[in-house]
Design a protein around this ligand. Structure first.
Ligand code: ADP
Length: 450
């Protein structure tokens, strides 16, 4: 058991060490909850205090008015009793309302809400009456406990025309109803507070999940980088044995006495090694592009010269395939700012695709300059693509799968790489195509001014 506890504790400490923001969140959550409790309590205290002050003030005002009457005619006990009944009727919290007269020896109740206590000695503690001597013209309030409930007793002296104290008016107002309402309010406040705490805890748990996702995301990124590094390293390592295979295939071609069958087999080895070499080169490019490691040596390039050169090499392949190949530069073509090798890679890919995906008809390469740009338009009368098929054309590993393409080899990386390279050299690539009619690939580069 202690081992499980220790293991969990260790795991918890490790989690906090890796994600110190957890501590901050817990601290923040605790502060928010404590602040809510503190503010709610403060607010309730203020409300209770204000209501009590208001109650005392209300009773004192009533006293002040009543004492005026008692002072005018203390001997008219019937009138005083009637007024008491009327006032108490309007204030249901009042449980005792007395007029007490000091007859020299005793304090006798001369008018009261409770008719039975008239002419009996008053039981109020002497120190309450003593207090009124401090200021006979003011009411004094005391908090007392009566029949187990809190109550306010308010007293005020009655003075004669000489200013001597001749009696008192005493009222007791029960606070039980008031305390009951306060208790209910406190309960409601705590229920609301509990709800708020639950919401905060819920948000905190959600936040903890976000922390989980952040950790997961970090791990994923690490794994992704590891994968990229591995792909890049593996592709590199594959290239050396491939070069050796192709070298030996070349050597074998020169051996005397080879039969036609041998020659065909060697050609197949060479072709397969070439395909593999192309694939490895593509994968290396993808990994370099993704890691931002593909270098561009930008220079002033005579694009017309490049396009002509590449077109010439493809003209031959096209002829072998029975296609006519047209290269058409329109007017003087300005130079562009590009990496010559990468530009070659782009052109080889789109012209190569045009030849590859065309079985009959023509492939044409047009070069033109307008405004700020130089445009290379590679057109073919090949298999074409529907709108649906074109949707993800520049996606990684995307190949259109249909009857026409099923026997044509490819990796689906060429156009993705082409687009990335074109854009890295500030160019643009777009496509227009009609299924069964042909395609146009349009690549533009900003021309060099001057
Ligand atoms: P792949 O190695 O398959 O040729 P690409 O990325 O160069 O890969 O091209 C992606 C897909 O786009 C191809 O599989 C092909 O279906 C389609 N495609 C590319 N160029 C043409 C074209 N000129 N005519 C018709 N389809 C093309």
């Amino acid at each position: 058991m202690p081992n499980i506890f220790q293991a969990n504790l260790g795991r918890g400490i490790e989690l906090i060490r890796r994600n110190p923001q957890i501590l901050y969140t817990v601290f923040l959550g605790a502060i928010i909850i404590a602040s809510f409790i503190f503010i709610s309590q403060l607010f309730l205290d203020i409300v209770v205090e204000t209501q009590e002050r208001f109650e005392k003030h209300r009773l004192s005002s009533m006293h002040d008015a009543f004492v005026e009457l008692a002072q005018r005619d203390i001997s008219d006990t019937q009138f005083l009793s009637d007024t008491i009944s009327e006032l108490a009727g309007r204030n249901e919290t009042i449980t005792s309302f007395r007029v007490i007269q000091d007859n020299g020896t005793d304090n006798i109740i001369i008018a009261s809400l409770d008719q039975d206590e008239i002419n009996t000695p008053d039981d109020t503690s002497e120190h309450i009456y003593q207090t009124t001597y401090i200021d006979p013209d003011s009411s004094f309030s005391f908090e007392i406990i009566r029949n187990g409930d809190r109550a306010f007793q308010v007293v005020r002296a009655i003075v004669d025309t000489d200013g001597d104290v001749i009696g008192w008016v005493s009222t007791i107002s029960s606070l039980s109803q008031f305390d009951q309402i306060t208790k209910e309010n406190i309960r409601t406040a705590y229920i609301v507070l509990f709800g708020i705490v639950v919401v905060i805890i819920f948000l905190f748990i959600r936040h903890a999940r976000i922390i989980d996702y952040t950790t997961l995301y970090k791990r994923l990124k690490e794994v992704d980088t590891m994968k990229d590094d591995f792909v890049s390293m593996a592709s590199h390592e594959l290239r050396s044995p491939l070069t050796v295979i192709r070298g030996y295939a070349d050597l074998l071609k020169g051996v005397d006495g080879l039969t036609e069958k041998d020659k065909e087999n060697i050609r197949r080895i060479d072709l397969a090694a070439q395909d593999l070499d192309g694939l490895v080169a593509d994968i290396l490019d993808v990994s370099r592009l993704q890691q931002g490691r593909l270098e561009f040596r930008m220079a002033d390039v005579d694009i017309a010269e490049r396009v002509k050169e590449i077109s010439e090499s493809f003209a031959l392949t096209s002829k072998q395939k029975g296609l006519s190949f047209v290269y058409k530069p329109e007017g003087t073509i300005p130079h562009v700012h590009a990496d010559p090798d990468r530009l070659r890679q782009v052109l080889v890919n789109i012209i190569g695709n045009a030849v590859k995906y065309t079985q009959k008809g023509e492939v044409s390469v047009k070069l033109s300059a307008s405004g700020e740009q130089v445009t290379v338009r590679v057109s073919d009368s090949g298999i074409g693509m529907s709108e649906e098929e074109r949707k993800n054309l520049f996606g990684k590993f995307y190949r259109i799968q249909n009857e026409e393409t099923k026997d044509i080899k490819g990796t689906g990386l060429g156009l993705w790489i082409t687009k990335q390279i074109v854009e890295k050299m500030n160019g643009k690539i777009s496509v227009e195509s009609i299924k069964g009619v042909g395609s146009h690939f349009i690549v533009t580069f900003p021309k060099i001014q001057g």
